[in-house]
Design a protein around this ligand. Structure first.
Ligand SMILES: [Zn+2]
Length: 83
């Protein structure tokens, strides 16, 4: 792997990380503490319960990620390009 390709991959990883954290911050501040408060509220309160309504957010984004990866895979995207 050339230094140029390595630098491009490293830049993609870094930019993805920054954007992902920005989106997570934005969603937490403006959606979860806004419209999604009825699901997110129990996350900020102590509870003995094993599950919280807030877990729905994690489940939603896990399913969304799975579907996007599956869609890319079924469309012929070579997953080795992402590694
Ligand atoms: Zn919160």
């Amino acid at each position: 792997m050339s230094i140029l390709i390595f630098t491009i991959y490293l830049s993609i990883i870094f930019i993805t990380f920054i954007l992902m954290e920005g989106v997570a911050w934005f969603l937490h501040k403006y959606f979860m503490h806004g419209l999604g408060w009825f699901l997110h509220e129990d996350y900020h309160r102590s509870s003995e319960s094993r599950f919280e309504k807030n877990d729905i957010f994690g489940l939603f984004f896990a399913i969304l990620s799975f579907l996007l990866i599956l869609t890319g895979f079924l469309s012929g995207f070579d997953i080795r390009l992402a590694i």
